[in-house]
Design a protein. Structure first.
Length: 255
């Protein structure tokens, strides 16, 4: 997977780092003005690190929200409070490995850009560049939608059922009380080896990539005649994939 283009999730990770770089001096300056040398004690929970490199951007966002009325809301537009909430929500979904699609990521970058522009941070230009790159990537990858499918294989190797892929595609076991998965393999897994959110298939650059989602019984791919457990792998046409004990075949549409 060398020299591949960055995925929208990798660009989102970059945007969080950029947001942190832009927010850090601003938040610290305002907190120091209000609380003096003991300002660090008033940061949101989780932040007790002397080294700013260990400070998650969520701490900065929470700190701004916690002290909105007395500090940050006195100089920033009230609408920015909602932008901060939306970025924090997207960051939490990303941190918990929940599906964050292009539209969600792009929307969060718009919010980040507004926040950084409001505090006159030069990092807003970097967010704008990441946002434009994400738009170009979405256009390129939209051409791949509908060109791949996942076929469930019966014990004799025949295809029992097939699912068209519209990445990011989450593969797992449905639960009526939780968010549905895109490909529900529960009907083919009576023994229950498949996790609720077992794996997902995403598009990175011009490639389909399979990622295990810390499943209990693992995700496997058949290479060299044997199944190998993987965390992430670039898929090729005809690859046989094992989700727990359920075998599937990845297929690309033929021209």
């Amino acid at each position: 997977m060398a020299n591949r283009k960055l995925s929208h999730l990798e660009r989102f990770r970059q945007s969080l780092d950029t947001l942190k770089t832009g927010l850090e001096p601003y938040v610290e300056s305002r907190m120091r003005e209000r609380f003096g040398d003991g300002f660090k004690e008033h940061y949101a929970q989780q932040d007790r690190a002397e080294d700013p490199e260990h400070r998650d951007v969520q701490v900065l966002l929470n700190t701004m929200l916690n002290h909105w009325d007395e500090i940050f809301g006195t100089e920033l537009n009230s609408g920015l409070r909602d932008n901060i909430h939306q970025v924090r929500k997207a960051r939490n979904r990303f941190a918990h490995q929940e599906d964050l699609d292009y539209d969600d990521s792009y929307s969060a970058l718009l919010d980040m850009e507004k926040i950084l522009k409001a505090i006159n941070s030069t990092e807003s230009a970097m967010i704008a560049n990441l946002k434009n790159e994400m738009l170009r990537l979405k256009f390129e990858q939209s051409k791949l939608i509908g060109t791949a499918s996942l076929a469930v294989l019966s014990p004799d190797g025949n295809e029992a059922d097939a699912f068209e892929l519209d990445p990011p595609t989450t593969i797992g076991r449905s639960d009526p009380n939780k968010e549905p998965v895109d490909v529900d393999l529960a009907p083919f897994d009576p023994a229950g080896y498949i996790s609720r959110r077992h794996a997902r298939i995403v598009i990175e650059g011009h490639d389909f990539v399979l990622q295990d989602l810390v499943s209990q019984n693992g995700t496997y791919i058949k290479r060299g005649g044997t199944f190998q457990r993987i965390q992430e792998v670039q898929l090729e046409d005809g690859d046989e994939i094992g989700f727990g004990n359920t075998c599937c075949r990845f297929k690309l549409a033929q021209d």
